[in-house]
Design a protein around this ligand. Structure first.
Ligand SMILES: O=C(O)CCC(=O)C(=O)O
Length: 255
């Protein structure tokens, strides 16, 4: 059963699978197009880094915005073929460099929309061949049906979940996994010798308010924000609090 009342996918079969599992695999683009995007990434970031690096956290705001545009240009139009009137929110390269520091533990993403009415979707697509050793994405099927809201001061941890109990997503170049932001996901270390380059893009229904939820004292406040809010790094609570001053509180949720 879906918690979302409004469809995410135009295709009924995809919608059914997305509603019950919280994710679905699609053929998004030609492999060559994904390789070109990987090359564009390498031109922008021509050096080795450590861990799993999200370009939206880049301190160089010019380069961060260039990275976002590169991914957006490739993914947004192709996603619109599958999605039922969704709009772009943000996008990022996600690059997992070889080594243990690249482990991403099980988590859910921020709550971007009112989940009672809508589903926010992330389109995660590999840009290099993603073998098991390179660190594939894993998901917990059906978890979008029970995970709570998530936002700044409300980071949810799922440390008790073993990767072995999750589903490993095997994708060919050109394919993407579309997951509900409430679906628990994770990825292991890249044990290969080369960086695993991927891209992630978040979209929400055209008519939905874009939310950011934040705990303040005993209350969970719902802010109505815009794409600009999510295009800025906001993992540091003080920065997030400062950024949120510009936006209206449109409701609250009992904690
Ligand atoms: O790319 C990965 O391995 C993890 C991505 C992820 O967890 C996210 O974008 O929230």
């Amino acid at each position: 059963m879906s918690l979302s009342k409004r469809p995410t996918f135009k295709d009924e079969v995809l919608q059914e699978a997305f509603s019950s599992n919280g994710y679905v695999i699609i053929n998004l683009a030609e492999p060559e197009e994904m390789k070109q995007l990987a090359e564009a990434y390498k031109s922008l970031y021509p050096y080795q880094q450590e861990g799993c690096v999200f370009s939206y956290l880049d301190n160089d705001s010019g380069r961060q915005s260039q990275a976002q545009s590169l991914v957006r240009q490739m993914i947004e139009k192709k996603a619109s073929v599958f999605l039922d009137a969704y709009r772009f929110v943000n996008s990022s390269f996600v690059v997992k460099f070889p080594g243990k520091k690249g482990i991403i533990p099980p988590h859910i993403d921020y709550t971007f929309v009112d989940d009672k009415q809508y589903a926010a979707v992330a389109i995660w697509t590999p840009l290099t061949e993603t073998t098991a050793a390179a660190g594939r994405l894993y998901v917990m099927p059906g978890s979008h049906l029970y995970t709570p809201v998530c936002g700044s001061n409300l980071i949810r941890k799922y440390d008790d979940i073993q990767l072995s109990s999750m589903t490993e997503i095997e994708l060919e170049l050109g394919q993407a996994v579309c997951y509900n932001l409430r679906t628990i996901h994770a990825s292991p270390a890249n044990t290969s010798s080369t960086p695993r380059i991927a891209a992630n893009t978040v979209l929400i229904p055209e008519e939905a308010d874009l939310w950011h939820v934040s705990r303040q004292d005993q209350e969970i406040l719902i802010y109505s924000v815009d794409n600009e809010f999510y295009s800025k790094p906001h993992f540091d609570p003080a920065t997030t609090k400062e950024l949120l001053k510009k936006y209206k509180v449109i409701g609250s949720i009992e904690s």
